[in-house]
Write a protein that binds this ligand. Structure first.
Ligand SMILES: [Zn+2]
Length: 304
């Protein structure tokens, strides 16, 4: 009888809130958001990302395993601007987790408050043209000052979901901001000699990075974001590259290098492959080392 009572007491205890998990499950679409969420959430969150840094973030497949991850999530964080339009709804619906529905406290659009680039001025948004940037350029995480805005958004939402840890998240946010501010001087110094330098790029992943560090995008290998290079378009690119004496073609790790090698061969430019997300390269272990890697590779290639 005594033993039965003990079992009953123990099982009652196990469902009491005091034994509830003390970590928030955060699920992000990209590895960059995961890295920032880890910086802010510290040991109060368990963060996971759907995509890998080696994948094109525009085209991630809605796998059943993603729905299982989403089912357990307390907070779902997206980049927004329709970057995740191909899979977000399928995953949230498939998870049957009401907490992370759009509009709920468990759903966060990280772009809130970010000054956006390339937002269409009229309603000429035409997806039939294949443009994957219809709401403006979604690659804002590549400007470190935007990462601070994202971090603040995450800190605010985590504090709402876990008010008892608000002070802890605030301290982590301050530490993250201090780290970015400390790094900015070095990043600016490394990029300063190339201010105004025109370059060719594969996809429009780089306008925010260029805007911050002073490079100029002279042409893209894709005729439109999300549309693979065509021979006709590449001959225009070669023409522009020759006319402007463009020294590099900057491209992400997941695109086919053939078109970039082709234009490089025709113009004497160099192909520079860089990660555009955390994990896209072994050196890009977290948000700051991602920016370190891009700055090092781009400035190193332009120096030669
Ligand atoms: Zn894009």
């Amino acid at each position: 009888m005594k033993r039965l009572l003990l079992v009953a007491v123990l099982s009652a205890l196990s469902i009491m809130p005091v034994f509830a998990k003390d970590k928030l499950n955060v699920l992000t679409t990209t590895t960059d958001l995961r890295s920032i969420a880890e910086s802010i959430g510290g040991d109060k969150v368990k963060a996971d990302a759907l995509g890998y840094g080696t994948q094109d973030p525009h085209f991630i497949e809605a796998k059943p395993s993603f729905m299982l991850k989403a089912k357990k999530a307390d907070l779902f964080i997206r980049v927004g601007l329709e970057l995740e339009i191909g899979y977000e709804e399928l995953i949230i619906d498939g998870s049957r987790n009401p907490k992370i529905r759009i509009g709920q406290p468990g759903h966060l659009d990280a772009s809130d408050g970010v000054p956006l680039l390339e937002v269409p001025t009229t309603q000429q948004v035409d997806r039939s043209m294949g443009d994957v940037h219809p709401m403006g350029n979604p690659h804002y995480w590549l400007d470190p000052l935007n990462a601070k805005i994202v971090a603040a958004n995450i800190a605010k939402r985590l504090s709402e979901l876990s008010p008892e840890n608000a002070g802890y998240f605030r301290e982590n946010l301050a530490a993250f901001n201090a780290k970015i501010d400390g790094k900015m001087a070095g990043w600016n110094a490394a990029m300063a000699p190339f201010r105004g330098q025109k370059v060719a790029i594969y996809h429009r992943s780089w306008p925010y990075f260029f805007n911050r560090f002073g490079l100029v995008d002279a042409c893209e290998l894709e005729p439109k974001p999300g549309i693979p290079p065509s021979p006709a378009h590449l001959s225009e690119v070669i023409e522009i590259m020759k006319r402007n004496d463009l020294p590099i073609v900057l491209m992400e790790v997941f695109y086919d290098e053939t078109p970039a090698d082709f234009v490089a061969q025709k113009t004497g430019a160099k192909v520079v492959v860089v990660p555009n997300s955390v994990g896209g390269d072994p050196a890009a272990k977290d948000y700051c080392s991602l920016i370190d890697t891009i700055v090092e590779r781009v400035s190193g290639a332009l120096k030669k």
